[in-house]
Ligand binder design. Structure first.
Ligand code: TMP
Length: 259
């Protein structure tokens, strides 16, 4: 394989230059990090699962008219994506209190919020991704007021889509984080969904048992992270049920089985 140029390496993914201008290859690593990488472990097979779960979600979002950077999955760990200019804002949508909102505002974990709440965080590892307001975003020029409107509208649509998709398989979408980028096509610039959506970036609870099926298993040392991610993939129909149990690594169904 020819040596590809590495464009960027993050905590869980690497971006390489793509086969054509305007494309990139997104590679999913097995690294699990929390608390701004103060906690770090390799969870063998996590990258393979997140690649497939994120592929499933992004391709379905594309199908319902929510534009994303996703083009196609290339192999077990890589997907071809459109190159976008990432907006340095993490958008968090919360339906149920958990994590930092519970700590910050003293709301019991599990309490259903009066309505879905959208929060913005400035993507800056050195500062631990601080929470910011629309005022900060526009004053510092990270995004325009019109772009913030687009980001919020997209966040609401993604929340509605994901909530329905997960509840249909017995999973409650507690909260999630998304990132967006600017894409210029035919001289028109628009905002598209970028990065990934996976159990690394969502809180997912089993509807009947309340069991955590996301990265909180790693953050809180609960164990069974890979098994939980595999269960999410199985319920979404990405993995076959008889392959999910007792197998050493993730066994994923072929493209033909899922399309
Ligand atoms: P929080 O409760 O820690 O603020 O997290 C809210 C949601 O955002 C949760 O689903 C986990 C996700 N998240 C990330 O994907 N990356 C991050 O760096 C953080 C802090 C949270």
């Amino acid at each position: 394989m020819s040596k590809r140029r590495r464009i960027y390496e993050g905590k869980a993914k690497i971006l390489y230059e793509g086969p054509e201008p305007g494309t990139l290859i997104q590679y999913f690593k097995d690294d699990a990090t929390a608390f701004n990488a103060k906690k770090h472990e390799i969870i063998e097979g996590k990258g393979v699962l997140n690649n497939r779960i994120s592929e499933y979600i992004f391709s379905n979002l594309n199908k319902v008219g929510i534009p994303t950077h996703f083009i196609k999955r290339l192999n077990m760990r890589e997907q071809l994506i459109k190159e976008v200019e990432i907006i340095p804002i993490e958008v968090v949508v919360r339906n149920v209190a958990a994590g930092s909102i519970s700590e910050r505002l003293g709301i019991d974990e599990g309490e259903v919020l009066p309505r879905s709440i959208i929060e913005f965080y400035y993507k800056k590892d050195e500062l631990n991704d601080p929470m910011v307001s629309e005022e900060h975003i526009t004053a510092f020029g990270w995004a325009s007021p019109a772009e913030i409107d687009d980001m919020m509208a997209m966040a609401v649509r993604v929340n509605d889509f994901l909530s329905g998709m997960f509840i249909a398989v017995g999973i409650q979408l507690v909260d999630f984080k998304i990132e967006m980028g600017r894409l210029v096509e035919d001289d028109v610039m628009r905002i598209v969904l970028a990065d990934e959506i996976s159990p690394d970036s969502c809180r997912l609870w089993d509807v009947t048992t309340g069991e955590k099926m996301d990265k909180d298993r790693f953050r809180k040392d609960l164990g069974g992270m890979l098994e939980a991610y595999r269960e999410v993939a199985t319920r979404l129909g990405i993995m076959k049920i008889n392959e999910a149990h007792g197998s050493k690594g993730p066994v994923l169904v072929s493209d033909n089985d899922t399309k």
